[in-house]
Design a protein around this ligand. Structure first.
Ligand code: ADP
Ligand code: NI
Length: 194
């Protein structure tokens, strides 16, 4: 059986939104976050898979770095077009808004669906993908390699201890170790002689 139609439509909607974006924030990031969220959801029986899935797919649809929309306008416009109830729309937008540190102010989450999407988004910032995204972001914003490396110490190395769910904590361990290994090699290769 295929994916629920609304999820297929959500993918098409965000694909159109992100057309042409290449700083690691495009459809590929959203699809990884969606698949990670579904994997985590498998081990969290208390979650609502439809809310989690839609929130994951729409989580960056109103990211202020890409869009100047207010009050989740892109996400809401898709959900309205799909006839999603106002109650469910509010739940999905609440999840989306609590995932981002800037909107949530770093508060601890209570909604399991939000915990899952936040973990998925954070997992995609670490590990091999995280390394690649960091340099893609740095390149796009005119930062040198050294300044991108600093981002690991400022943020990425902290993420493994900030996971909400057990499954994400386990996955983060492996990704974290790879970053540590990478930074060790980086230091060795960039060390000046003598
Ligand atoms: P998201 O909104 O998906 O949680 P961000 O917008 O914070 O992620 O960042 C997008 C990507 O760019 C991430 O991989 C992040 O680690 C990276 N990034 C963010 N800020 C910096 C920075 N100052 N230097 C290098 N990479 C960065
Ligand atoms: Ni994201």
């Amino acid at each position: 059986m295929g994916k629920e139609q609304i999820l297929e439509d959500a993918i098409g909607y965000v694909r159109a939104l992100y057309e042409g974006n290449s700083d690691g924030h495009g459809l590929d990031h959203t699809m990884r976050v969606y698949h990670l969220a579904m994997k985590i959801a498998d081990s969290e029986p208390g979650c609502d898979r439809r809310i989690t899935a839609l929130a994951a797919l729409l989580h960056d649809a109103d990211d202020p770095k890409l869009f100047s929309t207010e009050d989740n306008r892109n996400a809401r416009s898709f959900l309205a077009e799909q006839g999603v109830s106002p109650e469910e729309t509010e739940r999905i937008c609440a999840v989306i808004n609590s995932v981002s540190f800037s909107k949530n102010g770093g508060r601890r989450l209570e909604d399991i669906n939000a915990m899952i999407v936040q973990d998925a988004d954070r997992l995609d910032a670490i590990g091999a993908i995280g390394i690649a995204r960091t340099f893609a972001f740095g390149g796009k914003h005119g930062r040198g390699l050294d300044s991108s490396v600093q981002h690991f110490y400022d943020k990425l190395l902290r993420l493994k201890d900030m996971m909400n769910t057990e499954m994400a904590r386990e996955m983060a361990e492996k990704r974290h170790r790879l970053m540590i290994e990478f930074l060790k090699e980086w230091d060795a290769e960039t060390e000046t002689a003598g």
